[in-house]
Design a protein around this ligand. Structure first.
Ligand code: AQP
Length: 350
């Protein structure tokens, strides 16, 4: 989708900077890990400036119990650190502590067009038949997401496939802002959607995304699941009666088989081709235990480290607070320029 025919094609005076976030709207899943978190760590380790956020303001676009939200935010932060995010090398914080997100979000609400927003498939999926009764925030979600990214002049955003449309909207909002105000102020961001597991599917339905808010716990692997739970969920995962094919084309029209192979490839760091070569002709009775062993080997150390970190919530809050201060120091001057560009008087002292 390109909603804005633009005259301004922004050259890039912007230095490479990565921003991404995850909603603390539940415990993180294997989908969040493979589609996002694992890649956040890779980007940090490539030495690019990385800013990562638990987007609690996004989470409340659907009802969140306050005590659970606090717990899930800390658990999310623990998952980031346990997966390899180093709070000294990356900035790690929760969104509500940096008010620039909400402030720029409002300005972007005034830039984004109703028509653009009403084409967002995630809103349609989440609102379902209940669109009259969902929050206004759920509708405006992608404008706040654009603000999350643009508040830092981030140039790249690692995300799963499901976020592609929101990133296209982010580009459109940035381009329209630049055009409307005759500036070259916001970068045109690049989505980074890479790897074998950009869309991990439900274990119960290979056509549906694995999601932390799916009512069925059997549909997902949570980063807090222990080895027995992981093995049981993989054992019970929906499959078809055929053995694994001897070529990737043989996975066509077999969404559940394709999903398990993709998960294996992403966890092992192999290509899908390689996995198919290794398991050609294997029954799921053979493949599933191999996948369960691999998943446990990769996830158990993360779960153990999360549990260790969660024993000291004060330390997690300290890390998030420190990250928020560093994030604020980057976002505030950008936001002040936005206020200047848009004609807001800023004469308050102190
Ligand atoms: N199933 C998935 N496969 C690959 N990537 C995924 N992501 C989420 N699910 C999958 C990626 O994780 C990042 C954070 O997502 P989010 O928490 O902001 O929201 P979401 O995409 O709506 O994820 P969930 O788990 O489905 O949350 P709920 O249930 O609360 O809506 C994003 O980069 C996303 O692409």
């Amino acid at each position: 989708m390109s909603t804005q025919a633009s005259a301004v094609q922004t050259p890039t005076p912007f230095k490479p900077r990565i921003f991404s976030g995850i909603q603390p709207s539940g415990g993180l899943t294997l989908g969040n890990y493979l589609g996002a978190l694992k890649r956040f760590v890779e980007k940090q380790d490539e030495g690019i400036e990385t800013i990562y956020c638990l987007v609690d303001m996004h989470a409340i676009t659907v009802w969140q119990d306050p005590a659970k939200l606090r717990q899930q935010t800390r658990e999310g932060a623990a998952a980031f650190i346990a997966a390899g995010i180093d709070p000294a090398r990356s900035i790690l914080f929760n969104q509500s502590q940096v008010t620039a997100h909400a402030e720029l979000g409002w300005i972007f609400n005034c830039v984004a067009r109703m028509g653009w927003m009403s084409r967002m498939t995630q809103f349609k999926d989440k609102a379902g038949k209940n669109s009259e009764n969902v929050s206004l925030g759920l509708f405006a979600y992608p404008a706040l997401m654009a603000a999350d990214i643009m508040a830092y002049h981030a140039t790249m955003v690692p995300v799963g496939e499901d976020q592609k449309q929101h990133l296209e909207l982010t580009r459109d909002i940035a381009i329209k802002f630049n055009n409307d105000y005759g500036v070259n102020f916001f970068p045109v961001v690049e989505p980074l959607i890479e790897g074998a597991a950009t869309r991990v599917m439900s274990l119960r339905d290979g056509t549906k995304k694995m999601s932390k808010s799916d009512p069925s716990d059997q549909s997902r692997i949570n980063l807090t699941d222990d080895a027995d739970a992981i093995a049981a969920k993989i054992r019970k995962a929906k499959t078809d009666p055929e053995p694994l094919p001897d070529s990737v084309e043989g996975l066509k029209d077999r969404p559940e088989a394709r999903n398990l192979v993709n998960i294996y490839a992403a966890l092992a760091g192999h290509t899908v081709d390689q996995v198919i070569r290794d398991f050609a002709g294997a029954q799921f009775g053979t493949f599933k235990p191999a996948l369960a062993d691999l998943a446990v080997a990769k996830l158990a150390p993360i779960t153990a480290e999360m549990n260790r970190l969660m024993a000291d919530p004060g330390e997690i809050d300290r890390i998030l607070g420190e990250g928020a201060e560093r994030a604020d120091a980057l976002a505030r001057p950008i936001l002040e320029q936005v206020y200047d560009i848009t004609g807001m008087i800023r004469s308050r002292r102190g």
